[in-house]
Ligand binder design. Structure first.
Ligand code: ADP
Ligand code: MG
Length: 348
Protein backbone atom coordinates (compact mmCIF):
# COMPACT_ATOMS: atom_id res chain seq x y z
CA UNK A 1 0.00 0.00 0.00
CA UNK A 2 1.03 3.55 -0.64
CA UNK A 3 3.27 2.67 -3.60
CA UNK A 4 3.10 5.45 -6.10
CA UNK A 5 2.58 2.89 -8.94
CA UNK A 6 -0.84 2.15 -7.46
CA UNK A 7 -1.89 5.77 -7.69
CA UNK A 8 -4.44 6.55 -10.37
CA UNK A 9 -4.64 10.20 -9.48
CA UNK A 10 -2.33 12.55 -7.65
CA UNK A 11 -3.33 16.03 -6.53
CA UNK A 12 -0.55 18.39 -5.54
CA UNK A 13 -0.95 21.70 -3.75
CA UNK A 14 -4.38 22.49 -5.18
CA UNK A 15 -5.77 25.90 -4.32
CA UNK A 16 -9.06 27.36 -5.53
CA UNK A 17 -10.39 30.78 -4.62
CA UNK A 18 -13.61 32.61 -5.39
CA UNK A 19 -13.49 36.36 -5.84
CA UNK A 20 -16.82 37.54 -4.45
CA UNK A 21 -18.34 40.81 -3.29
CA UNK A 22 -17.77 39.61 0.27
CA UNK A 23 -14.07 39.13 -0.43
CA UNK A 24 -11.78 36.33 -1.53
CA UNK A 25 -13.05 32.93 -0.41
CA UNK A 26 -10.19 30.44 -0.11
CA UNK A 27 -12.33 27.37 -0.74
CA UNK A 28 -9.42 24.98 -1.31
CA UNK A 29 -6.05 25.94 0.10
CA UNK A 30 -2.95 23.89 -0.72
CA UNK A 31 -4.51 20.43 -0.77
CA UNK A 32 -2.43 17.36 -1.73
CA UNK A 33 -3.61 13.76 -1.84
CA UNK A 34 -3.74 10.71 -4.08
CA UNK A 35 -6.24 8.04 -5.04
CA UNK A 36 -5.12 4.45 -5.36
CA UNK A 37 -6.30 1.99 -7.97
CA UNK A 38 -9.67 0.46 -7.05
CA UNK A 39 -9.89 1.98 -3.57
CA UNK A 40 -12.63 4.00 -1.96
CA UNK A 41 -11.21 7.22 -0.60
CA UNK A 42 -13.58 9.03 1.74
CA UNK A 43 -13.63 12.82 1.86
CA UNK A 44 -15.37 14.13 4.96
CA UNK A 45 -15.87 17.49 6.57
CA UNK A 46 -18.56 19.93 7.51
CA UNK A 47 -20.66 21.68 4.93
CA UNK A 48 -18.64 24.47 3.30
CA UNK A 49 -15.23 22.90 3.93
CA UNK A 50 -14.35 22.67 0.22
CA UNK A 51 -15.21 19.07 -0.62
CA UNK A 52 -17.30 19.81 -3.70
CA UNK A 53 -14.93 22.48 -4.95
CA UNK A 54 -12.06 19.97 -4.73
CA UNK A 55 -14.01 17.51 -6.87
CA UNK A 56 -15.11 20.11 -9.40
CA UNK A 57 -11.53 21.34 -9.76
CA UNK A 58 -10.31 17.85 -10.68
CA UNK A 59 -12.63 17.85 -13.68
CA UNK A 60 -12.12 21.46 -14.75
CA UNK A 61 -15.62 22.43 -13.64
CA UNK A 62 -14.87 25.46 -11.45
CA UNK A 63 -17.02 28.34 -12.73
CA UNK A 64 -14.79 31.23 -13.78
CA UNK A 65 -15.60 33.88 -12.75
CA UNK A 66 -15.82 33.88 -9.76
CA UNK A 67 -13.60 30.80 -9.35
CA UNK A 68 -9.86 30.78 -9.98
CA UNK A 69 -7.44 27.88 -9.65
CA UNK A 70 -4.57 29.51 -7.81
CA UNK A 71 -2.12 26.65 -7.84
CA UNK A 72 -1.77 22.94 -8.16
CA UNK A 73 -1.40 19.88 -10.32
CA UNK A 74 -3.87 17.07 -10.91
CA UNK A 75 -1.84 14.21 -12.34
CA UNK A 76 -3.75 11.52 -14.20
CA UNK A 77 -2.38 9.17 -16.82
CA UNK A 78 0.85 11.12 -17.13
CA UNK A 79 -0.92 14.44 -17.69
CA UNK A 80 -1.75 17.45 -15.55
CA UNK A 81 -5.51 17.79 -15.95
CA UNK A 82 -5.36 21.45 -14.92
CA UNK A 83 -3.32 22.15 -18.07
CA UNK A 84 -5.68 20.48 -20.53
CA UNK A 85 -7.72 22.41 -23.06
CA UNK A 86 -11.52 22.36 -22.70
CA UNK A 87 -11.62 19.92 -25.60
CA UNK A 88 -9.06 17.53 -24.04
CA UNK A 89 -10.81 17.73 -20.67
CA UNK A 90 -14.13 16.73 -22.30
CA UNK A 91 -12.50 13.54 -23.52
CA UNK A 92 -11.62 12.60 -19.95
CA UNK A 93 -14.78 13.73 -18.16
CA UNK A 94 -17.52 11.10 -18.20
CA UNK A 95 -15.10 8.70 -19.83
CA UNK A 96 -11.91 8.09 -17.79
CA UNK A 97 -13.13 10.03 -14.75
CA UNK A 98 -16.85 10.33 -13.99
CA UNK A 99 -18.77 12.22 -11.40
CA UNK A 100 -22.12 11.78 -9.68
CA UNK A 101 -23.77 14.43 -7.56
CA UNK A 102 -26.11 14.63 -4.63
CA UNK A 103 -29.10 15.62 -6.69
CA UNK A 104 -29.45 13.76 -9.98
CA UNK A 105 -32.11 16.25 -11.10
CA UNK A 106 -29.44 18.91 -11.46
CA UNK A 107 -27.35 16.75 -13.76
CA UNK A 108 -30.10 15.05 -15.75
CA UNK A 109 -31.75 17.11 -18.47
CA UNK A 110 -35.51 17.19 -17.77
CA UNK A 111 -36.30 17.64 -21.47
CA UNK A 112 -34.51 14.54 -22.72
CA UNK A 113 -35.33 10.87 -22.30
CA UNK A 114 -32.96 8.66 -20.33
CA UNK A 115 -31.96 6.99 -23.60
CA UNK A 116 -31.04 10.30 -25.22
CA UNK A 117 -28.85 11.18 -22.23
CA UNK A 118 -27.14 7.82 -21.83
CA UNK A 119 -26.62 7.32 -25.55
CA UNK A 120 -25.02 10.74 -25.85
CA UNK A 121 -22.18 9.58 -23.61
CA UNK A 122 -21.43 6.66 -25.93
CA UNK A 123 -21.84 8.86 -29.01
CA UNK A 124 -19.30 11.35 -27.67
CA UNK A 125 -16.74 8.98 -26.19
CA UNK A 126 -17.15 5.87 -28.32
CA UNK A 127 -18.41 7.35 -31.57
CA UNK A 128 -21.46 5.06 -31.53
CA UNK A 129 -24.73 5.65 -33.31
CA UNK A 130 -27.94 5.82 -31.28
CA UNK A 131 -28.88 2.35 -32.52
CA UNK A 132 -25.57 0.87 -31.46
CA UNK A 133 -25.75 2.61 -28.10
CA UNK A 134 -29.25 1.53 -27.04
CA UNK A 135 -28.47 -2.09 -26.07
CA UNK A 136 -25.41 -0.96 -24.11
CA UNK A 137 -27.49 1.65 -22.30
CA UNK A 138 -30.10 -0.98 -21.43
CA UNK A 139 -27.34 -3.27 -20.18
CA UNK A 140 -25.95 -0.47 -18.02
CA UNK A 141 -29.36 0.20 -16.50
CA UNK A 142 -29.79 -3.50 -15.77
CA UNK A 143 -26.44 -3.55 -14.03
CA UNK A 144 -27.50 -0.82 -11.60
CA UNK A 145 -30.62 -2.79 -10.70
CA UNK A 146 -33.23 -0.97 -12.75
CA UNK A 147 -36.04 -3.51 -13.18
CA UNK A 148 -37.21 -2.70 -16.74
CA UNK A 149 -34.32 -1.04 -18.55
CA UNK A 150 -36.16 -0.73 -21.88
CA UNK A 151 -39.04 1.11 -20.26
CA UNK A 152 -36.64 3.30 -18.30
CA UNK A 153 -34.79 4.27 -21.48
CA UNK A 154 -37.98 5.78 -22.87
CA UNK A 155 -38.78 7.70 -19.66
CA UNK A 156 -38.09 11.29 -18.74
CA UNK A 157 -36.25 12.01 -15.46
CA UNK A 158 -39.38 13.29 -13.63
CA UNK A 159 -41.09 9.95 -14.25
CA UNK A 160 -38.53 8.19 -12.06
CA UNK A 161 -38.15 8.12 -8.27
CA UNK A 162 -35.13 9.76 -6.61
CA UNK A 163 -33.49 6.39 -6.04
CA UNK A 164 -34.02 5.36 -9.67
CA UNK A 165 -32.63 8.66 -10.92
CA UNK A 166 -29.50 8.14 -8.85
CA UNK A 167 -29.18 4.64 -10.33
CA UNK A 168 -29.46 6.18 -13.80
CA UNK A 169 -26.71 8.65 -12.91
CA UNK A 170 -24.49 5.81 -11.73
CA UNK A 171 -25.20 3.84 -14.90
CA UNK A 172 -24.34 6.91 -16.97
CA UNK A 173 -21.15 7.51 -15.00
CA UNK A 174 -20.02 3.91 -15.50
CA UNK A 175 -20.97 3.49 -19.19
CA UNK A 176 -17.40 4.06 -20.34
CA UNK A 177 -15.84 2.07 -17.49
CA UNK A 178 -13.96 4.97 -15.88
CA UNK A 179 -10.81 4.54 -13.79
CA UNK A 180 -12.20 6.95 -11.21
CA UNK A 181 -15.67 7.82 -9.99
CA UNK A 182 -16.06 11.04 -8.03
CA UNK A 183 -19.20 10.61 -5.94
CA UNK A 184 -20.23 13.85 -4.23
CA UNK A 185 -22.75 13.06 -1.48
CA UNK A 186 -24.40 10.54 -3.81
CA UNK A 187 -26.94 9.36 -1.25
CA UNK A 188 -27.54 12.45 0.88
CA UNK A 189 -30.84 13.30 -0.82
CA UNK A 190 -32.18 9.75 -0.49
CA UNK A 191 -34.00 8.12 2.39
CA UNK A 192 -32.07 5.69 4.56
CA UNK A 193 -33.21 2.43 2.95
CA UNK A 194 -32.52 3.64 -0.58
CA UNK A 195 -29.21 5.10 0.59
CA UNK A 196 -28.12 1.69 1.82
CA UNK A 197 -29.12 0.09 -1.49
CA UNK A 198 -27.21 2.65 -3.55
CA UNK A 199 -24.08 2.31 -1.39
CA UNK A 200 -24.24 -1.45 -1.70
CA UNK A 201 -24.63 -1.11 -5.45
CA UNK A 202 -21.62 1.20 -5.69
CA UNK A 203 -19.50 -1.23 -3.68
CA UNK A 204 -20.53 -4.11 -5.95
CA UNK A 205 -19.87 -2.18 -9.16
CA UNK A 206 -16.50 -1.12 -7.79
CA UNK A 207 -15.58 -4.75 -7.17
CA UNK A 208 -16.70 -5.81 -10.65
CA UNK A 209 -14.99 -2.96 -12.50
CA UNK A 210 -12.05 -2.05 -10.26
CA UNK A 211 -13.11 1.60 -10.30
CA UNK A 212 -11.49 3.87 -7.73
CA UNK A 213 -14.08 5.97 -5.91
CA UNK A 214 -13.70 9.25 -4.11
CA UNK A 215 -16.72 9.29 -1.86
CA UNK A 216 -17.63 12.71 -0.51
CA UNK A 217 -19.92 12.66 2.50
CA UNK A 218 -20.57 14.41 5.77
CA UNK A 219 -21.84 11.15 7.25
CA UNK A 220 -19.19 9.32 9.28
CA UNK A 221 -21.36 6.20 9.21
CA UNK A 222 -21.16 6.10 5.43
CA UNK A 223 -17.38 6.52 5.61
CA UNK A 224 -17.05 3.71 8.14
CA UNK A 225 -19.03 1.37 5.91
CA UNK A 226 -17.51 2.24 2.53
CA UNK A 227 -14.09 3.84 2.64
CA UNK A 228 -10.63 2.23 2.72
CA UNK A 229 -8.92 5.52 3.53
CA UNK A 230 -10.22 8.91 4.55
CA UNK A 231 -9.27 12.52 4.02
CA UNK A 232 -10.71 14.84 6.65
CA UNK A 233 -11.17 18.36 5.33
CA UNK A 234 -11.50 21.50 7.39
CA UNK A 235 -11.74 25.06 6.08
CA UNK A 236 -10.31 24.23 2.67
CA UNK A 237 -7.37 22.19 3.94
CA UNK A 238 -6.77 18.58 4.82
CA UNK A 239 -6.71 18.08 8.58
CA UNK A 240 -5.95 14.37 8.51
CA UNK A 241 -5.37 11.43 6.15
CA UNK A 242 -5.57 7.90 7.51
CA UNK A 243 -6.90 4.44 6.83
CA UNK A 244 -10.54 4.21 7.90
CA UNK A 245 -9.56 1.78 10.64
CA UNK A 246 -6.86 4.03 12.08
CA UNK A 247 -9.07 7.10 11.90
CA UNK A 248 -11.94 5.46 13.73
CA UNK A 249 -9.70 3.67 16.25
CA UNK A 250 -7.43 6.60 17.00
CA UNK A 251 -8.23 9.95 15.38
CA UNK A 252 -5.17 12.19 15.64
CA UNK A 253 -6.56 15.57 14.62
CA UNK A 254 -8.80 17.19 17.26
CA UNK A 255 -11.31 17.98 14.52
CA UNK A 256 -11.47 14.32 13.39
CA UNK A 257 -11.90 13.37 17.02
CA UNK A 258 -14.73 15.87 17.29
CA UNK A 259 -16.42 14.45 14.19
CA UNK A 260 -16.28 10.95 15.62
CA UNK A 261 -17.41 11.94 19.09
CA UNK A 262 -20.31 14.11 18.05
CA UNK A 263 -23.45 12.11 18.64
CA UNK A 264 -25.41 11.49 15.48
CA UNK A 265 -28.72 13.25 15.60
CA UNK A 266 -31.57 10.96 14.65
CA UNK A 267 -33.40 13.65 12.76
CA UNK A 268 -31.04 15.66 10.63
CA UNK A 269 -31.72 19.38 10.37
CA UNK A 270 -32.65 21.08 7.12
CA UNK A 271 -29.07 20.88 5.83
CA UNK A 272 -29.16 17.13 6.38
CA UNK A 273 -26.21 17.38 8.75
CA UNK A 274 -25.97 14.20 10.78
CA UNK A 275 -23.29 15.30 13.21
CA UNK A 276 -21.95 18.53 14.51
CA UNK A 277 -18.80 19.64 16.24
CA UNK A 278 -19.35 22.42 18.81
CA UNK A 279 -18.61 25.92 17.54
CA UNK A 280 -18.86 27.55 14.15
CA UNK A 281 -16.83 26.83 11.00
CA UNK A 282 -14.59 29.78 10.12
CA UNK A 283 -15.30 32.38 7.46
CA UNK A 284 -13.21 31.31 4.47
CA UNK A 285 -12.95 34.93 3.34
CA UNK A 286 -11.02 35.90 6.49
CA UNK A 287 -9.13 32.93 7.82
CA UNK A 288 -7.06 33.45 10.97
CA UNK A 289 -3.25 33.45 10.78
CA UNK A 290 -2.92 30.25 12.79
CA UNK A 291 -4.80 26.97 12.70
CA UNK A 292 -8.35 27.52 11.43
CA UNK A 293 -9.67 25.00 13.96
CA UNK A 294 -7.91 26.54 16.99
CA UNK A 295 -10.92 28.62 18.16
CA UNK A 296 -12.96 25.41 18.50
CA UNK A 297 -10.16 23.16 19.73
CA UNK A 298 -9.78 21.88 23.28
CA UNK A 299 -6.15 20.87 22.58
CA UNK A 300 -5.09 24.30 21.30
CA UNK A 301 -1.96 25.92 22.75
CA UNK A 302 -0.83 29.52 22.25
CA UNK A 303 1.30 28.66 19.22
CA UNK A 304 -1.77 27.35 17.37
CA UNK A 305 -3.13 30.85 16.91
CA UNK A 306 0.10 32.04 15.26
CA UNK A 307 1.26 29.31 12.93
CA UNK A 308 -0.77 27.26 10.52
CA UNK A 309 0.14 23.59 10.84
CA UNK A 310 1.19 21.64 7.73
CA UNK A 311 -0.03 18.14 6.96
CA UNK A 312 2.85 15.95 8.20
CA UNK A 313 3.60 12.27 8.69
CA UNK A 314 2.85 11.11 12.24
CA UNK A 315 4.22 8.25 14.24
CA UNK A 316 1.56 5.76 15.28
CA UNK A 317 2.92 2.34 16.21
CA UNK A 318 -0.42 0.68 15.45
CA UNK A 319 -1.04 2.37 12.10
CA UNK A 320 -2.28 0.23 9.21
CA UNK A 321 -1.13 2.81 6.65
CA UNK A 322 0.58 6.19 6.50
CA UNK A 323 -0.91 8.79 8.81
CA UNK A 324 -0.82 12.47 7.97
CA UNK A 325 -2.09 15.09 10.38
CA UNK A 326 -2.04 18.89 10.27
CA UNK A 327 -1.76 19.49 14.00
CA UNK A 328 1.24 20.17 16.19
CA UNK A 329 -0.60 18.54 19.11
CA UNK A 330 -1.41 15.29 17.26
CA UNK A 331 0.86 13.20 19.50
CA UNK A 332 -0.96 14.56 22.55
CA UNK A 333 -4.34 13.67 21.03
CA UNK A 334 -3.09 10.16 20.37
CA UNK A 335 -1.58 9.80 23.86
CA UNK A 336 -4.83 11.00 25.45
CA UNK A 337 -6.73 8.38 23.47
CA UNK A 338 -4.39 5.57 24.40
CA UNK A 339 -4.47 6.59 28.08
CA UNK A 340 -8.28 6.69 27.99
CA UNK A 341 -8.51 3.19 26.54
CA UNK A 342 -10.01 1.13 29.34
CA UNK A 343 -8.21 -2.06 30.38
CA UNK A 344 -11.47 -3.99 30.15
CA UNK A 345 -11.45 -3.08 26.46
CA UNK A 346 -14.73 -1.46 26.35
CA UNK A 347 -17.61 0.42 27.65
CA UNK A 348 -17.36 4.09 28.41
P1 ADP B 1 -18.65 21.46 0.73
O1 ADP B 1 -17.55 20.94 1.60
O2 ADP B 1 -19.92 21.62 1.50
O3 ADP B 1 -18.84 20.68 -0.51
P2 ADP B 1 -17.99 23.56 -1.11
O4 ADP B 1 -16.80 22.93 -1.74
O5 ADP B 1 -19.25 23.52 -1.89
O6 ADP B 1 -18.22 22.95 0.34
O7 ADP B 1 -17.71 25.09 -0.81
C1 ADP B 1 -16.53 25.56 -0.22
C2 ADP B 1 -16.58 27.07 -0.14
O8 ADP B 1 -16.53 27.63 -1.45
C3 ADP B 1 -17.84 27.60 0.50
O9 ADP B 1 -17.50 28.68 1.33
C4 ADP B 1 -18.66 28.08 -0.66
O10 ADP B 1 -19.51 29.13 -0.29
C5 ADP B 1 -17.60 28.54 -1.63
N1 ADP B 1 -18.08 28.44 -3.02
C6 ADP B 1 -18.35 27.31 -3.70
N2 ADP B 1 -18.79 27.57 -4.94
C7 ADP B 1 -18.79 28.92 -5.05
C8 ADP B 1 -19.14 29.84 -6.09
N3 ADP B 1 -19.55 29.40 -7.30
N4 ADP B 1 -19.02 31.15 -5.84
C9 ADP B 1 -18.59 31.61 -4.64
N5 ADP B 1 -18.25 30.81 -3.61
C10 ADP B 1 -18.34 29.48 -3.81
MG1 MG C 1 -20.58 19.77 -1.26
Amino acid sequence: MGDSENRVLEVKDLSVRFDTHQGTVRAVDGVSFYIEEGETLGLVGESGSGKSVTNLALLGLIPNPPGVIDSGQVLFDGKDLLKLSIHEMRKIRGNRISMIFQDPMTSLNPLLTIEQQLAEVLEIHRGMSRREARPLCAKGLGEVGIPSPEKCLDSYPHELSGGMRQRVMIAMALLCDPKILLADEPTTALDVTIQAQILELMAKLQKDHGTAIMLVTHDMGVVAGQADRVNVMYAGRLAETASTKDLFDRPMHPYSKGLLESVPRLFGDASGELFSVPGQPPDLASLPAGCAFAPRCSYAVDACTNTRPELTVQIDANATSERLVACTEAARVLAADLAAEPADGGAS
